[in-house]
Design a protein around this ligand. Structure first.
Ligand code: FAD
Length: 483
């Protein structure tokens, strides 16, 4: 926290306190600390106060005050972002605006299959609330117990089920938000078609809090699956992956929800971290966590041998793929516990990776056909430089969290790491990929924006920012480089 505030700033803090009440403001350093360091521990920041409004109207009043006083605002949901976007940055006085008191699920419309929620609702809480109505909100990743709907939308989060359901953007029908001048824009009607000019929803989604504060959203829900087939596969090689994925899409009618790359070193690290047994005794060099799910009642019917139809279809396809030597081994979950164990392994990947003393995780996306070449070339180079890799990937989307790690300080020199970073990003660029697939730019990838985003595109973004936030109070120093 910043101490000895200038008089006007202290007056603004008092005025904020009058809006949000004592419960809505934190100014002592010890209580503020957890809001001012990010999940990775890499990013820290300062704020004159942590402000915790309880309603959209309070957010609006706070933003108006800050705009008048020239105080910057960094919004924060669950603080699980890994690009440093949710932590204040720079020398200007900041407030950290936490949505952690805006946690109401405002309504669930079972017939329309929508939920209207406050931005601070925790992803998993929404999922658990709608489960008894046989509905799902399909965003799925390891941080779902803490991340919020507002943070998911602000980062356009992805995760394991994008293959089937799309990113957070595709799951959102409308937003309520407070713009940098304090005005409230609200579009929570749930209409599915609305071509009435520029789409503010699409501008705010993925803007990482640089254009406004998301305070509410109306989200698309889906029927809960009645049949699920989950398996861990060992593939012959990376080139087989696309064939296997396409075959499984074909036999299931496009029902593949997850196709997650978990190579042997990653599975070993996770199993050591969780103290659990790996799926196979012999490590699967190319391990894939597969999930196929259906809400069609006929897929849940059981044949004479007790096998569910969907499972039967998946088993037959896997047998054929084994005969063709594409799949070397397959463990199909035969109980809910086995399925949960496989998912626990996947959802603990980030935790196990970041437990290493030295880590650099990319968040890249590549055209699917380029992935095998990228992985084999890059693994060899990282290995030759004396580092290791612990890569996990949403392979079905070509999204790789390609990760370099080292256990010893000696191997992890700035020289080696920076050289490899530059080289790898250059390769991604040449292969037509993206340096930022789903985690956002935040603070961590601003340099890459300068290097790899065309000047025309950056300039358009800067003009949008200048038009909506001329005083640059919303999350300054993040996402787009200054003009
Ligand atoms: P925060 O971390 O609080 O904020 C993230 C960004 O959004 C910041 O720029 C912040 O200013 C802005 N923001 C937050 N709330 C608002 C709001 N209401 N209005 C405006 N701006 C706001 N991400 C993926 O996409 N896929 C994954 O598979 C994935 N796996 C993860 C696994 C682990 C273990 C962890 C720790 C993180 C993972 N993430 C993943 C990253 C992270 O969980 C997501 O980016 C998540 O959407 C962030 O939500 P949050 O509420 O924690 O946002």
């Amino acid at each position: 926290m910043q101490h000895a505030l200038p008089h006007e700033t202290a007056t603004t803090v008092d005025a904020i306190r009058a809006i949000v009440g004592e419960r809505g403001i934190v100014t002592d350093a010890a209580s503020a600390a957890r809001y001012l360091t990010d999940w990775t521990g890499e990013f820290t920041g300062e704020a004159i106060a942590i402000v915790r409004p309880a309603s959209t109207e309070e957010v609006s009043q706070v933003v108006r005050l800050c705009a008048a006083a020239g105080i910057a605002i960094t919004s924060q949901g669950g603080n699980t972002g890994i690009a440093g976007g949710g932590i204040p940055y720079g020398n200007r006085p900041h407030i950290l605006l936490s949505l952690d008191r805006m946690r109401t699920i405002r309504s669930v419309d079972k017939a329309a299959r929508t939920a209207t929620v406050d931005a601070g609702v925790v992803l998993q809480t929404l999922q658990e609330t709608i489960a008894p109505d046989d509905l799902i909100y399909p965003l799925m990743f390891g941080a779902r117990g803490s991340c919020t709907i507002g943070g998911n939308l602000a980062t356009n989060a992805g995760g394991s089920n994008v293959l089937r359901y799309g990113t957070a953007r595709a799951l959102c029908l409308g937003l309520e938000a407070v713009l940098p001048d304090g005005s409230i824009v609200s579009d929570l009607s749930g209409v599915r078609k609305d071509n009435t000019g520029y789409d503010l929803r699409d501008l705010l989604i993925g803007a990482e809090g640089t254009l406004g504060v998301i305070t509410g959203a109306i989200l698309r829900l889906f029927p809960a699956p009645v049949a699920v087939a989950t398996a861990f596969l060992s593939l012959r090689d990376m080139n087989s992956a696309l064939v296997v994925l396409n075959r499984l899409q074909d036999v299931s009618g496009g029902l593949v929800e997850a196709f997650e790359y978990m190579p042997a070193p990653l599975v070993e690290a996770i199993c050591a971290h969780l103290q659990m047994r790996p799926p196979f005794d012999a490590p699967a060099e190319i391990g894939i966590l597969l999930e196929i799910a259906s809400s069609r009642p006929t897929d849940a019917e059981v044949d004479d041998t007790g096998t569910q139809n969907l499972q039967g279809i998946v088993l037959a396809a896997l047998e054929a793929l084994m005969e063709e030597d594409m799949v070397v081994d397959a463990l199909v979950a035969s109980s809910e516990q086995q399925r949960a164990d496989l998912w626990r392994m996947r959802e603990s990947a980030a935790e196990a990776i970041f437990a290493k003393p030295h880590v650099y995780m990319f968040d890249i996306a590549l055209p699917l056909a380029k992935v095998p070449e990228f992985v084999s070339l890059t693994d060899a180079e990282v290995d030759a430089a004396g580092l290791s890799t612990l890569t996990v990937a949403h392979l079905g989307d070509g999204n790789l969290h390609y990760t370099m790690v080292a256990d010893s300080d000696a191997a992890w020199t700035a020289d080696t790491v920076n050289r490899l970073k530059d080289h790898i990003l250059e390769r991604v660029n040449q292969m037509g990929g993206s340096f930022s697939a789903e985690h956002g730019i935040g603070r961590s990838k601003l340099d890459f924006m300068r290097r790899y985003r065309k000047a025309e595109r950056l300039s358009a973004m800067q003009k949008i920012k200048a038009a909506l936030d001329p005083a640059e109070i919303m999350n300054p120093g993040k996402t787009i480089p200054a003009s």
